[in-house]
Design a protein around this ligand. Structure first.
Ligand code: NAD
Length: 329
């Protein structure tokens, strides 16, 4: 099949070309994000390969369908930017990569947490400046703390195991918890109880209409004062303005984010020569207790290999049988 790959970075191209060693498909790699403006580039391609912040709204889908596209291979787990009703109406198949490395994301959540807690980023700057003072670097033991995990899917379960390994008491919540949760020493509770008792809250649920701004001024006010909040899931789970107010008041002790609700205008590009246009983001990162990474939690060698291999399996399945092993339904 001819495949138009959007939002292509050099590492995407390397891993996808390596996975398609048998040259099953004719790839055209495009750097721009998929949008109504760039969708005409896909004309004549039976498949489109898209990434997390690509715009697959109705307008884009209409243009893709008119250009002959039949299948969209998302090379990510999330599909909140795909108009699934539109895809169904237009007869477009959609596949995704449901799991490429839950470990990568959970481990990155720990990296955010421990950087904020033990301030290794500040320590490095101090040592480079010949400053060996410890004042201001005081952290806390994770051992014995209460760790709240919101969402006990693939990543949440990894997070629970890691938190148990640190010797934390683990609370978790999920409307559909997996059966294997019962074998772990984690306590399934409702969200209000989790928020009220956790020293650390880590978000691992998807962005849905019901979870939009799950963390807002009301829920923040019910959290333990000074708690740490980590979000590696989707930016809009957290109301950024409310989080800023909670940081200002000290209600929130620290905030580690790999995702941000307006990230699609910022992330995945080098903007170091541009003025900051997002005032909310500028305010957010001005807090010493805030650490933001640019949606890199998935970014490990293992995850990239898995993404490429599953994407290939989805494309191959669609090509041979008109269905793919990991459909979005
Ligand atoms: P998953 O589908 O395996 O698990 C999600 C879990 O959340 C499910 O068990 C579901 O029942 C639960 N859930 C749904 N609504 C909930 C609610 N209101 N409260 C609590 N739990 C709820 O997904 P996953 O693979 O574990 O991924 C979780 C999220 O991580 C994804 O939705 C995606 O947004 C994000 N993600 C981020 C990155 C990154 O690089 N930062 C990479 C992959 C995935």
């Amino acid at each position: 099949m001819k495949v138009a790959c959007f939002s292509t970075k050099p590492y995407d191209r390397r891993s996808l070309e390596a996975a398609d060693g048998a040259h099953e498909h004719e790839w055209n790699f495009f750097e721009p994000r998929l949008s109504p403006q760039t969708a005409p580039l896909a004309a004549g391609h039976q498949a489109v390969c898209a990434f997390v912040n690509d715009d697959l709204g109705r307008q884009t889908l209409d243009i893709l369908a008119r250009g002959g596209t039949k299948f969209i291979a998302m090379r990510c787990a999330g599909f909140d930017r795909v108009d699934l009703d539109g895809a169904r109406e237009l007869g477009l198949g959609v596949g995704r990569v449901p799991a490429y490395s839950p470990h990568a994301v959970a481990e990155h959540a720990v990296a955010l947490l421990q950087t904020l807690n033990r301030q290794t980023h500040q320590a490095r700057a101090r040592i480079e400046n010949n400053n060996f003072a410890l004042e201001g670097l005081l952290g806390f033991d994770l051992y014995g703390k209460t760790f709240g995990v919101v969402g006990t899917g693939k990543i949440g379960m990894c997070m629970i195991r890691i938190a148990l390994g640190f010797g934390c008491r683990v609370l978790c919540c999920d409307p559909f918890p997996p059966a294997e949760l019962e074998s772990l020493d984690a306590h399934l509770v409702e969200l209000p109880e989790l928020l009220a008792h956790s020293d650390i809250v880590s978000l691992h649920c998807p962005l849905l209409p019901q979870t939009l701004h799950l963390i807002n001024s009301q829920t923040l006010s019910t959290m333990k004062r000074g708690a740490f909040l980590i979000n590696t899931s989707r930016g809009a789970l957290v109301d950024t303005r409310a989080a800023i107010e909670a940081l200002e008041s000290g209600q929130l002790g620290a905030l580690g984010l790999d995702v941000y609700e307006n990230e699609s205008a910022l992330f995945f590009e080098d903007r170091s020569t541009e003025a900051r246009s997002d005032e909310l983001f500028a305010r957010l990162i001005s807090f010493p207790g805030v650490l933001v990474t640019g949606h890199q939690a998935f970014f490990t060698r293992e995850a990239l290999d898995n993404i490429a291999q599953t994407t290939l399996a989805n494309l191959n399945g669609w090509q041979t049988s008109g269905s793919c092993p990991n459909p979005v339904v």
